[in-house]
Design a protein. Sequence first.
Length: 199
Amino acid sequence: MTLHMQFTTMLTMIAGGIYLGMVRDTYLYFARHWVNQSWLNYVMEILFWLSQTLILYTLLFLVNFGELRLYIFLACLLGFATYQALIASFYKRVLAKIIRLVVTVFQFIGSLIEWSIIKPIMFLLSLCLAVIGMVLRIVTFLLRPFLKILFAPVKWLIKHIYSLLPKRITQYLHKKAGFYSKIEYIYIKVRDFIVKRRK
């Protein structure tokens, strides 16, 4: 390994140590949301360190083809210590402000979409349903007399045929009607019971 490559590797690993400190503080900022869930915290911790090890080794491979030396670990440790001593407090404040800004922007965009798109669409749908319901009620009200006149001969014919049926058949039909009424009554009771339990 040439002297130039060694110097470049040291500078790269110092920058890698600073990067590691920054990304670690970023991870800890978000980790407070799942710190109470031990299994998730454990999995996220393993994934974090595996990913960062892979990133740092990829960076090292690009500089010196992945050759590991003692001074490489010392340079990375120096970068991490430099970050903790000089940059950490400033970075944490900037990170908190950036995250708050991003959250505020997303909340504003969400509110804008809700009030400019979702709310008007819901209002139009409600208005259309109300208009359709009103039209149906008006049409039903206007057609009710005509429907009564239209079905009057059919109703009279059914009653006339029913009166001509033998008594045994009419009794049978009465029993069936009573049976189906009981089934309908039981169904309504069971349905109401289930609805109340869900509430």
